[in-house]
Write a protein that binds this ligand. Structure first.
Ligand code: DAH
Length: 348
């Protein structure tokens, strides 16, 4: 092949290669690098060929020169066109311009879990009444979970049928009440704490039970605390949480760590399916009572001087009530179609 033809072939090969690279260049810097590598005055491969024209014979020169100039102009055109595309984002415009009525792409956004929303709301109410937050370990001992709470180990709750033991006397706490003991051990009265946390039981997994669930413990200890303080505090809580018209009712009950003990029911104002307003049924929401003097003595308090009240509730149950969710398991299956209904963020 003549020198002339081989140079023309090289030029056309460079052209094909450069055009493909230009079309694939993602942004301006990449385009500038391509411009330098093909058309740069010093190192550019096309410029090199143009510069070498002088070595060619007078007959060879015109056709090679003309082809080199054509390729140079074609690449300059392509660089300019691609530059315009990458700066205007034309790539995307090209695909979405097909149908502008298509919905925008969904952007996933996290939200606070409905049970945690309930815990947060309950916490804010008690916080405004002067309670402080307390916490304790989820792996705890028989002493804190049972014995210090006046619960003998032959009590059914302490049975291996009900409680998840880790080893010997170490267990996963079956309620948040041990936080009462741990707080009183460290602090002198007055005590006014709220302690939300996870608890664990050897329980079935069905519409109303899960083996791991949240509880919220409350404890108030001071001189002169009476059952009236307990009733007033919980009645105020119910009004703040469920709105004006919410009432609480105390039914006698038994817990080893409170005396007297009560189960607390709430009656709420609700809007029925037909739109009329009315009172709900009584629904049990928590256990409560006056702290048993034995518990106060177990932490070294003077039970002649101090009295207190305590309560414990299950926020998932309260979330079921609040949102009308019939099956507890829905909260824990992590199905975003369910959970996104409780999203507090602005819609995507
Ligand atoms: N610890 C109890 C439970 O898990 C709930 C409870 C009842 C807590 C009465 C209390 C209380 O503080 O006073 O079933």
């Amino acid at each position: 092949m003549s020198r002339q033809n081989s140079l023309i072939q090289t030029l056309q090969g460079l052209e094909t290669e450069a055009l493909a690279a230009i079309q694939a260049a993602p942004e301006g810097d990449a385009l500038e690098a391509l411009r330098i590598s093909y058309l740069g005055r010093k190192e550019g491969r096309i410029s090199g060929i143009l510069r070498g024209l002088g070595d060619l014979s007078v007959e060879e020169r015109p056709s090679v020169g003309a082809e080199a100039n054509r390729v140079k102009e074609a690449l300059q055109e392509a660089l300019k066109a691609r530059e315009a595309e990458v700066t205007s984002g034309a790539d995307e415009a090209e695909t979405s311009s097909e149908d502008l009525t298509l919905p925008a792409r969904h952007r996933w956004r996290g939200g606070v879990h409905p049970v945690n929303q309930v815990i947060d709301d309950i916490w804010r109410i008690f916080q405004s009444m002067g309670f402080v937050r307390a916490r304790g370990p989820e792996a705890d001992t028989e002493w804190y979970n049972f014995l210090a709470l006046n619960t003998p180990l032959d009590h059914p709750a302490a049975d291996e049928q009900d409680t998840l033991y880790l080893k010997d006397s170490v267990l996963l706490r079956s309620h948040t009440s041990p936080v009462q003991v741990r707080t009183m051990e460290k602090h002198e009265p007055p005590i006014r704490i709220l302690a939300p946390g996870m608890v664990y039981r050897r329980d079935s997994y069905d519409a109303t039970h899960t083996p791991a669930f949240a509880q919220i413990e409350g404890l108030v200890v001071d001189e002169g605390i009476t059952f009236v303080d307990l009733k007033a505090t919980l009645a105020e809580f119910a009004r703040r949480f469920w709105g004006e018209g919410a009432k609480v009712r105390f039914r006698p009950s038994f817990f080893p760590f409170t005396e007297p003990s009560a189960e607390v029911d709430v009656k709420r104002m609700i809007t029925r399916k037909d739109g009329t307003r009315g009172e709900s049924d009584w629904i049990e929401i928590m256990g409560a009572g006056m702290v048993d003097p034995n518990v106060l003595e177990n932490v070294g308090y003077d039970a002649e001087r101090y009295t207190g009240f305590a309560f414990g509730m299950g926020p998932a149950r309260i979330a079921m009530l609040r949102y009308g969710v019939p099956d507890l398991r829905l909260f824990f299956q992590n199905d975003v179609r369910f959970l996104s209904q409780f999203s507090t963020g602005s819609p995507p």
